[in-house]
Design a protein around this ligand. Structure first.
Ligand code: HEM
Length: 426
């Protein structure tokens, strides 16, 4: 590998979770896109985690798309898709998750589970999502103030996901706990809410089988229950689905349950308050949307482009390859940065402007290529109905305190966002 930037390089830090405490480092992305679009970064020991071998950061839109759609050269399976390497003893297990598969194995599993994400299935849950968003907003409307992150954004994805999956109401807090354990491990406070006792801190990798045994046991029991008591939900669809003429194996099912519990929760839970914050900070755009609600679909896409919840995913080079002049060696980690691609001036005019009329708006917040987000339809619905309720029912919203972000280099989350607004009655 050719070292072009390091931790001490003035181009800036993309790795330390603490660097994300104020949001994504858009100034660093802009410098990298212009000066070193594919750049080498060290992976030092931070927050008790050991140092890693380093990684290539890909920041331009075209390159992010290229890496994401070329699994033969940039594999999701070899080293899996997290920036940190899985422990050697967890590698085989982690590779069985759909997110970490390459074609053709990935295609087969994706085709099977896609049955639970068809437009018809999404339409089936639309009314439920609309009602849930209404109920959550109703609960705080007359108070004239709330913590938007905790009272609304933490709740909607959780109840939506539980309804879609068919997780009984009494067990929903478990989904929240597991997602916090996996995503919040870089954040002292969230990590410690994850177990209710000890934070999930190193040396236990939160994505290892050992750290998630309780989740896998639960998934197993739920599958058995749904086999005996079929219902109109995603878990029932999955336990009856077949890959190449056979049902999903226990391990495939349990890992997909894990993937959904994390992918379907923290992402949307981060996008919702970030979008509302963008409207607080851009009152002209809020007025525009209130005056013309037909702009809502465009506004949702701009929220996703302007404040994408997922920072990166990783691939591993299967061969020596050159990308934008960077000489990548076989086995190197290649990490695509979605927020950087979404502000690429080659693709988006005036990219730092929040503009709900932007068209076209082909952001990469849901990824690109074979692994493009399976839950995008559900995520869009939740953002749409929350924004619609907020604009109609919580007028004159403003910040009432400091916004506190999750300390993570993977998810751009908001954990506290005190707001006040005009109290309203329905
Ligand atoms: C705003 C919300 C969301 C964002 C920004 C988001 C983002 C992403 C991204 C970037 C990927 C691609 C990963 C890669 O290429 O390695 C992905 C994959 C995935 N997402 Fe989402 N996601 C969101 C919501 C959801 C929801 C609500 C669900 C489920 C209900 C979901 C389920 C999945 C699954 C299953 C995959 C793996 C697809 C595969 O490997 O083929 N996501 N998501």
């Amino acid at each position: 590998m050719t070292t072009t930037t390091t931790q001490t390089d003035p181009l800036g830090d993309l790795f330390d979770p603490r660097a994300y405490a104020q949001g994504a480092p858009y100034d660093v992305y802009a410098r990298l896109r212009a000066e070193a679009p594919v750049s080498w970064h060290e992976e030092p020991a931070v927050l008790g985690w050991p140092a890693g071998p380093g990684f290539w950061a890909v920041t331009r839109y075209d390159d992010v798309q290229h890496v994401s759609r070329t699994p033969g050269t940039y594999s999701a399976w070899l080293g899996c898709t997290q920036l940190r390497d899985p422990a050697p003893e967890d590698l085989d297990f982690t590779r069985q998750m759909m997110l970490n598969m390459d074609p053709p194995v990935h295609n087969r599993l994706r085709k099977t589970v896609s049955k639970a994400f068809t437009p018809a299935r999404i339409r089936h849950f639309t009314e439920m999502i609309r009602t849930r968003a209404k109920v959550l907003v109703d609960a705080v409307c007359e108070r004239g103030e709330c913590d938007f992150a905790q009272d609304i954004a933490d709740e909607l994805p959780l109840v939506t996901l539980a309804e879609i999956m068919g997780v009984p109401e009494s067990d929903r807090h478990l989904l929240f706990m597991w997602a916090n354990r996996v995503i919040g491990y870089q954040d002292e406070e969230l990590g410690s809410t994850s177990t209710g006792a000890q934070p999930a801190r190193p040396p236990v990798n939160p994505r290892s089988r050992a750290a998630l045994q309780d989740m896998f046991d639960y998934a197993h029991q739920l599958a058995e229950f749904k086999r005996a008591n079929p219902a109109d939900d995603l878990i029932t669809t999955l336990v009856h689905a077949e890959v190449d003429g056979r049902p999903l194996s226990d391990e495939e099912f349990e890992l997909f349950f894990f993937l959904l519990s994390v992918a379907g929760n923290d992402t949307t839970r981060s996008a919702i308050p970030a979008g509302v914050l963008a409207f607080i900070q851009h009152p002209d755009q809020r007025r525009r949307l209130v005056e013309d609600p037909s702009r809502l679909p465009g506004a949702v896409e701009e929220v996703l482009r302007y404040c994408p919840p997922v920072v990166h995913f990783r691939r591993t080079a299967t061969e020596d390859v050159e990308l934008r002049g960077a000489r990548i060696n076989r086995g190197d980690k290649v990490v695509v940065f979605y927020p950087a691609a979404n502000r690429d001036p080659e693709v988006f005019a005036d990219p730092d402007r929040f503009d709900i009329t932007r068209t076209p708006n082909n952001h990469v917040s849901f990824g690109f290529g074979p692994h493009i987000c399976l839950g995008a339809g559900f995520a869009r619905l939740q953002i749409t109905h929350t924004l619609s309720e907020v604009l109609n029912r919580m007028p004159e919203m403003e910040l009432a305190g400091a916004v506190e972000r999750i300390q993570s280099n993977f998810i751009l989350g908001i954990k506290r966002m005190p707001v006040r607004f005009q109290p309203t009655r329905r």
